[in-house]
Write a protein that binds this ligand. Structure first.
Ligand code: UFG
Length: 328
């Protein structure tokens, strides 16, 4: 089958593109390389350098082939940045996605997978785990932008027959177990790569944002899901899109505090992680843990890399082998 993967030069998009290639499909990556890396586009994928903000170029790219599915990852994705630049986030994520969705509808694409987020649930702290039908209450403009796109997809289904899967990831982490791909954000803001780099002495001590949350050790709890398990969920979700649209929460259902992540990095690397306490980061909910029972039940999805030490080990292996990430 032919798949178009927007944002396929980024962390999750590149791993999903790789899994589609591994399953024998043809993959075209579309990316403007604003945050992604050309070197992250998996070998064997075609590449289109297109900015989704350009509606005409987007329409032309979508019209080049008949796609068996379009998978949409390209987005600004940092909760903290969106609190500083709310209108930029809201404008960028919604307009680029609308350009893409409209082009898909115009060219008769049948199946669309959308990279949504647990940040939809970020507003009020609530008892975990969070199910797919939990009340939406974004705690940041980033989460709000993703919710708007989920709603646009509801109308694209009702009016244009575009079936979609909205996959709300909790914390994507780890790296390709085969060592082909990894995580390289610039700037890096995610806990696991920063903690690994601090352990390796490549960065200053980790700043631990907030130690007075109502959790077992005062630090935030997150549900880390291996990026290869996420990729598998995308392929399974595509299989559901014959006559309906679906929405799934995607996590392991296991929460780890930030301090527990630090300890996992210490165990796996055999090194001390230098860290220091810092104030809370705006927009951070105390606890985000997924109830993913629906995707498990409906697709048979069964994550293989749930152990936090394995998640950290795959990330560590890639960062050790690629001190400069994907290079300059
Ligand atoms: N953290 C630190 N120090 C750092 C970086 C992070 O203490 O230097 C803490 C954060 O405050 C948070 C936890 O580590 O408590 C996880 O933070 P990340 O930045 O790694 O991840 P987030 O939970 O903020 O966000 C990620 C994705 C979002 C997505 C969200 C959904 O980046 O796109 O998961 O759960 F929406």
């Amino acid at each position: 089958m032919n798949y178009l993967v927007t944002g396929g030069a980024g962390f999750v998009g590149s791993h999903v593109a790789q899994s589609l290639l591994d399953a024998g499909h043809d993959v075209t990556v579309l990316d403007n390389l604003s945050t992604g890396h050309r070197a992250a586009v998996p070998q064997g994928a075609d590449f289109l350098e297109v900015d989704l903000a350009d509606a005409d170029a987007t329409d032309k790219a979508v019209g080049t082939r008949r796609w068996d599915g379009v998978l949409h990852f390209a987005a600004l994705s940092l909760v903290g940045d969106s609190m500083r630049e709310p209108f930029h986030y809201l404008r960028q994520n919604t307009l680029t996605s609308l350009n893409l969705i409209q082009a898909c509808a115009r060219h008769g694409t049948q199946r669309f997978v959308f990279s949504s987020t647990a940040a939809l649930f970020g507003g009020d702290d609530r008892p975990p785990p969070i199910a797919d039908n939990a009340q939406i209450d974004p705690g940041s403009p980033y989460g709000e932008s993703k919710f708007f796109i989920e709603r646009a997809l509801v109308w694209a289904d009702r009016i244009c027959g575009l079936r979609s899967a909205c996959l709300r990831y909790f914390n994507a982490a780890g790296a390709d177990p085969g060592g082909r791909l990894g995580e390289d954000h610039r700037p890096e803001t995610h806990l696991i790569p920063l903690t690994i780099d601090a352990a390796l002495g490549r960065r200053p001590p980790l700043k631990l944002f907030g130690d007075d949350y109502a959790t077992r050790d005062g630090t935030c709890v997150r549900d880390y899901i291996h990026v290869t398990d996420l990729a598998d969920a995308h392929i399974r979700a595509l299989g559901q899109l014959t006559d309906r649209s679906v929405t799934y929460n995607l996590g392991n259902g296991l929460g780890f505090t930030n301090l527990e992540v630090i300890r996992a990095v210490e165990r796996v690397s055999g090194r001390k992680v230098p860290w220091e306490p810092a104030p809370r980061r705006a927009g951070d909910p105390a606890v985000l843990v997924a109830d993913s029972s629906r995707i498990r039940k409906e697709t048979g999805w069964d994550p293989q890399y749930q152990d936090i030490d394995i998640i950290v080990a795959t990330a560590l292996r890639w960062r050790e082998a690629h001190p400069d990430g994907y290079g300059s």
